[in-house]
Design a binder for this molecule. Structure first.
Ligand SMILES: [Zn+2]
Length: 300
């Protein structure tokens, strides 16, 4: 399932195409994928794409309608605004399409007067969701999620992670605490930090929380620069695969030697999800600073 780096890759891939584009029509082809009821009408003729944002695993397309009324008493002309939120689920994603026919499993299309391509939402397995809303903060996709993981400050992160009784594995993946991380990057981040996935968040000292924060930032940024990880179905909007799966240190490496200590990577299944870790480098009693210095000496 796409996590923050994959969704950010889609955002970057589509931003230039979408921003400033003039719409002619937006059509929903399968209503089952739509949620929320805050908007009765869809953007169409007279609407412009204003940009693409992201919060956690949710992509946010912004639209505005030009020349709509004036703010009472204000000098500035304000346009109507609308946002299209999308959560990729297992197989959802945006594509630019030039052909006359839509690909199979296209559930929504947006056409433009000044773009050769149209933008389509494709989701074969239909676990993804889209929602039109005037207020993203109050939407069903975002109203119950925590701060975006990439935007959170070191202090905010420490506050969140050291105040939960959840395991580090559970805490990093809990979207109500932090939005963006799933099974793949949780494993990679904890390995890089040298922390056991089974330790409780509140057992971390301040230094360990900082090490975890810097691991999280560097893993997510490296994954974004590689275009995310293609594991099952994620591809970029032009069909290319991401590249970060080739750099995974533990995820998907069951039984293979740990890059740090040489012992086999462990895999356990918890809540029907696979957890990968090194039982030596991430043993609960292990000092984080020691594992970091070991790794630094290996990298240098
Ligand atoms: Zn190891």
């Amino acid at each position: 399932m796409p996590e923050l780096p994959e969704v950010e890759t889609s955002r970057k891939d589509l931003e230039e195409f979408f921003t400033g584009a003039s719409l002619t029509v937006c059509r929903i082809l399968d209503r089952r994928i739509r949620i929320g009821d805050s908007c009765s009408s869809l953007p169409g003729d007279g609407w412009v794409g204003t940009g693409i944002g992201r919060h956690g695993k949710t992509l946010i397309l912004g639209f505005s309608k030009k020349g709509q009324g004036k703010e009472a008493g204000g000098p500035q002309e304000i346009g109507e605004v609308l946002f299209l939120l999308s959560r990729f689920g297992m197989s959802g994603g945006w594509r630019r399409i030039d052909t006359s026919r839509n690909p199979p499993h296209t559930h929504l299309e947006i056409r433009f007067s000044d773009r050769h391509s149209r933008l389509v939402w494709i989701d074969p397995r239909r676990f993804g969701r889209i929602e039109f809303t005037k207020s993203p903060d109050k939407s069903s996709l975002l109203s119950h999620v925590g701060p975006d993981t990439l935007s959170v400050s070191p202090d905010e992160f420490e506050e969140i992670v050291r105040n939960t009784s959840r395991s580090l594995r559970g805490a990093l993946m809990d979207q109500r605490l932090l939005a963006g991380i799933g099974n793949i990057y949780m494993a990679e981040i904890l390995f890089r930090a040298g922390l056991s996935p089974f330790r409780k968040g509140r057992s971390l000292n301040r230094r360990e929380a900082r090490v975890l924060y810097s691991s999280l930032q560097s893993i997510l940024r490296a994954a974004i620069s590689e275009g995310g990880s293609t594991i099952h179905s994620f591809t970029r909007e032009d069909g290319r695969n991401g590249g970060y799966q080739k750099l995974h240190l533990v995820y998907g490496r069951e039984g293979q030697p740990c890059f740090q200590c040489g012992l086999p990577i462990q895999k356990v299944v918890l809540e029907s999800r696979s957890l990968y870790y090194c039982s030596f480098c991430q043993s609960p009693g292990k000092s984080t600073s020691r594992s970091i210095s070991r790794r630094d000496s290996l990298e240098n």
